[in-house]
Design a protein around this ligand. Structure first.
Ligand SMILES: Cc1cc2nc3c(=O)[nH]c(=O)nc-3n(C[C@H](O)[C@H](O)[C@H](O)COP(=O)(O)O)c2cc1C
Length: 376
């Protein structure tokens, strides 16, 4: 029997050839929102032939002030769209058969105007061209961060419309999956979490009120998507801190998203504030995905320190999630999908140019993957 990891999956209208997704990963390499021709092309071409059935493009800002850093990818103009179209065309030319591409649309809110991680990841200093950030409430991310301006009704309408326009552009780019980033402490998560949302109007207070803006965004985006495009959301399973989002609230959010026509959720956690302790370990976020899948019945993707093929297979075969996403494992080994197939007894699909890598024509394959002790 074929490993569950390599069985196809329907995410709403989108058929993906296996249960493996490349998680969205910011590259912090764009120029005013435009994909970097060399970096993004090599990055996405590599992932396109990784063996993952779904490749999610990085968090992509729906408006300029929604970028995390000066170098984040954006999709708010003809220029940003054209730059991404060029990169995607190259990636599609080398993609393994059936590979689908999706994009994560986001807004950094109060975590915008920051340095790249390798520059320190702190709020931009006055001489580094910072910008005024926006958020549900005028509460900084943490000490030393910019104080955001509270979004008023006009600001909310602008951001909502920016998501819609970016979604339209994503459709024009032929992307199959559009994912709203409502996690990791960015704008839509800021609305859902009492840690960042201190509003007293209909967008703050009760859970129903805190979910209102993200749900309005989902509703508005769904309304402009053609039937063949899947809509998803990345949500938080836990803020890991007292007074923050709990898994029970995540279940309510997932159910409400489903009612808005959202086809799947990817369940992650953390990021709403600093100084909290997260018990990071293999599968540590899977219980959140499992709970949502069982209680809501929506297509659910698990992520977070999923590393080995056996681990990924166990998650999907046991029904804890429908799909797994891996981030760092694909940076470490962009051929992860090929090796996962081999190790789970499935015939790997190589680009034809690399067919001679198959175990039947290259004995080196077995030597390379033998335990270290046997290699010497
Ligand atoms: C370089 C890098 C960039 C990331 N950028 C994003 C992003 O754009 N959007 C997002 O939701 N998560 C982002 N993440 C988080 C990953 O998608 C993933 O949830 C996290 O790394 C845990 O999965 P892993 O243990 O397989 O790496 C990023 C992670 C890395 C390593």
């Amino acid at each position: 029997m074929t490993a569950t990891l390599f069985q196809p999956l329907d995410i709403g209208p989108v058929h993906v050839p296996n249960r493996i997704a490349v998680a969205p990963m910011c590259q912090y390499s764009s120029h005013d929102g435009c994909a970097e021709p060399d970096w993004h092309t090599q990055h996405l071409m590599t992932l396109a032939m990784s063996g993952a059935g779904l490749v999610m493009l990085e968090a992509t800002a729906v408006e300029r002030l929604g970028r995390i850093t000066h170098h984040c990818l954006g999709l708010w103009s003809d220029d940003t769209q054209a730059a991404l179209a060029r990169v995607l065309a190259s990636a599609r030319r080398v993609a393994l058969p059936g590979t689908r591409f999706g994009i994560q649309l986001g807004h950094a809110g109060r975590k915008a105007s920051a340095q790249r991680p390798w520059e320190g990841g702190r709020a931009l200093a006055a001489e580094a061209d910072p910008w005024q950030t926006v958020a549900p409430s005028a509460v900084p991310f943490t000490d030393g961060w910019h104080t955001p301006a509270e979004l008023d009704e006009a600001g909310l309408a602008r951001v909502r419309d920016a998501f819609v326009q970016a979604a339209r552009r994503a459709v024009a780019l032929g992307l199959s999956v559009i994912e709203l980033h409502a996690a990791h402490g960015y704008l839509l998560h800021q609305f859902t979490s009492p840690i960042a949302n201190k509003r007293t109007d209909r967008y703050g207070g009760s859970l129903e009120n805190r979910l209102r803006f993200p749900l309005e965004v989902a509703h508005a985006v769904r309304a402009v998507l053609p039937a063949h495009v899947a809509l998803g959301a990345r949500i938080t399973g836990s803020d890991w801190t007292a007074g923050g989002i709990t898994v029970e609230e995540a279940v309510v959010f997932a159910r409400a998203l489903q009612a808005e026509g959202v086809d799947y959720v990817c369940v992650t956690s953390g990021g709403i504030t600093l100084g909290i302790s997260i018990p990071v370990a293999p599968d540590y976020q899977v219980p959140f995905a499992e709970r949502i899948r069982k209680e809501v019945g929506i297509v659910t993707r698990a992520v977070g320190l999923i590393v080995t093929p056996a681990q990924a297979e166990a998650i999907v075969a046991s029904g804890r999630a429908d799909q797994v996403a891996l981030a760092r494992a694909f940076l470490d080994n962009p051929r992860w999908g090929w090796h996962a197939a081999e190790s789970l007894g499935v015939k790997p699909v190589f680009p034809p140019q690399y067919d001679r890598l198959s175990a039947s024509s290259w004995p080196g394959s077995a030597l390379l993957r033998a335990p270290v002790a046997q290699k010497v």
